[in-house]
Design a protein around this ligand. Structure first.
Ligand SMILES: [Zn+2]
Length: 111
């Protein structure tokens, strides 16, 4: 079984504009179904992906459901860049460049 962590975030629906709480899966830090929010510090020491001394990192994230609970359209972006600065999750934004991840280990990129 593949393990991951979950970032819980408020994301605006591009179709109707309403914000809803979504779950975004990612692999960084101790990867063990841990739940985070923006502003939280990454936990290490276990099933680690990456390491705690990488400075600024962007981590690939994929949403569990892109269906907007308001307009019911599959309109919410599926893939995200999760920015981690010195182990703090500082932001989550729709993915800009998938190639960045494909060139590396597929899970995160050191900036
Ligand atoms: Zn919507």
């Amino acid at each position: 079984m593949s393990s991951f962590n979950i970032l819980i975030a408020e994301i605006a629906c591009p179709s109707c504009g309403n914000k809803s709480q979504v779950r975004i899966q990612f692999k960084f830090g101790n990867t063990w179904q841990l739940k985070y929010r923006v502003g939280d510090i990454i936990t290490w020491g276990g099933n680690d992906t990456g390491s705690p001394n990488l400075g600024q990192v962007k981590v690939y994230g994929i949403i569990e459901s892109s269906t907007c609970p308001f307009c019911k359209k599959n309109a919410i972006p599926e893939e995200y860049d999760i920015l981690v600065v010195n182990n703090e999750i500082t932001s989550v934004t729709p993915l800009v460049e998938i190639q960045d991840y494909l060139k590396g280990n597929g899970e995160f990129v050191i900036l």
